[in-house]
Design a binder for this molecule. Structure first.
Ligand code: ZN
Ligand code: ZN
Length: 90
């Protein structure tokens, strides 16, 4: 694999969630939260009833996406942009 987005061992950025490991990624179209990475606390709070993918599955999604995506430059920033524009995940 040519790229590495360290998706394992991510920890929640929320102040009260410091030691909480990220377990999912929100792909909900109605989600207003900027940080789409969700720990368990986030899952039951911020992203309650949102559509989420497991982090493990997200790895696969990204991998697949990456394969389709390497038309121009292959740097990680591009991938992160894809992340942010997650409307296509629906
Ligand atoms: Zn959290
Ligand atoms: Zn959400």
């Amino acid at each position: 694999m040519e790229f590495s987005l360290q998706l394992n061992n991510l920890y929640c950025q929320k102040e009260n969630h410091k030691e909480s490991e990220i377990v999912g990624f929100c792909v909900d179209e109605n989600c207003l939260e900027q940080n789409k990475f969700a720990c368990l606390d986030c899952l039951f709070d911020i992203h309650q009833k949102h559509k989420l993918v497991k982090l493990k599955d997200l790895n696969d999604i990204i991998e697949n996406r990456y394969k389709n995506y390497k038309k121009k430059n292959e740097d990680e920033k591009e991938l992160i942009e894809v992340y942010k524009k997650n409307e296509e995940y629906q």
